[in-house]
Design a protein around this ligand. Structure first.
Ligand code: ADP
Ligand code: MG
Length: 251
């Protein structure tokens, strides 16, 4: 009698389809003799409500992967499906709206608007979309990110860590299908880094959001449920809940 292979309980099933999937995605920049293959035939699925960290050397394709997931870049071949929508089949208007409503992006630079309050910065994506603010969700996000005391302040009155918390809140306010973060702690000191990582974790655990974060920092990757390692535009490791020692081995 053979022992049945145990199924990975977090593997997407038809009852729990992946929130995002790359299928044979290749992205080539430039043409002729100056071509760069940033992503080389990548197939990958992301589960709803999971925190994924993407690691790998500079130039390996990490940012490109976030950009294609966010519909910020077109593909050379393959498909990207987010929350049931094939991004390659959308026209520009639909894609712009999809990005605005369904994707939250957090960058290394906080990109807050300096002249308006924290509250107005957080609400901005909804205002731009002409949508009402759901006050229950707003309060949940603000509490989860511990920003309730800061709402009337302007960004310059906040520390770097606090500003990045505001950027995370702004990315969450639309209840995006995906929150993608490109080295969100790259400009932060150690205590602010801890603060922001804890909040990305809270976005997953308390708010049920899906977070995909690029980082160079093994400690940051330690907050994730899953660590992907990218090298030369391909996934070379895909590790559930790795220890820091394991991450050090492969990344
Ligand atoms: P990472 O985020 O891992 O540092 P990127 O995804 O930014 O890597 O880049 C992957 C490769 O694609 C690199 O060789 C980079 O130079 C190249 N690349 C990225 N964006 C562009 C672009 N807009 N035009 C040309 N080459 C690019
Ligand atoms: Mg990058």
């Amino acid at each position: 009698m053979t022992t049945p292979t145990p199924q990975n309980p977090t593997e997407p099933t038809s009852a729990n389809p992946p929130i995002a999937a790359l299928d044979g995605v290749t992205k080539i920049y430039g043409k002729d003799d100056i071509q760069v293959t940033a992503l080389n035939n990548v197939s990958l699925q992301f589960r709803r409500g999971e925190f994924t960290a993407i690691m790998g050397p500079s130039g390996s394709g990490k940012s490109t992967m976030l950009h294609v997931l966010a519909g910020l870049d077109t593909l050379s071949s393959g498909q990207v499906v987010v929350d049931g929508s094939n991004l390659g089949q959308m026209n520009d208007t639909t894609l712009t709206r999809f990005r605005r409503d369904r994707i939250g992006f957090v960058f290394q630079a906080f990109n807050l608007i300096p002249t308006i309050t924290v509250k107005a910065n957080i609400e901005l994506p909804l205002r731009l979309a002409g949508k009402k603010v759901d006050s229950t969700w707003f309060d949940q996000v603000v509490h989860a990110l511990n920003l309730q005391e800061r709402l009337v302040h302007k960004p310059y009155q906040l520390s770097g860590g606090q500003q990045q918390r505001v950027a995370v809140a702004r990315a969450l306010i639309t209840r995006p299908a995906l929150l993608v973060a490109d080295e969100p702690t790259g400009n932060l000191d150690s205590s602010s880094t801890t603060e922001v990582l804890g909040l990305l974790r809270a976005a997953v655990d308390q708010l049920g959001q899906t977070v995909i974060m690029v980082t160079h920092d093994r400690r940051a990757a330690g907050y994730a449920d899953r660590v992907l390692v990218v090298r030369d535009g391909a996934i070379t490791a895909d590790l559930p809940h790795p220890s820091e020692a394991k991450i050090a081995e492969v990344a």
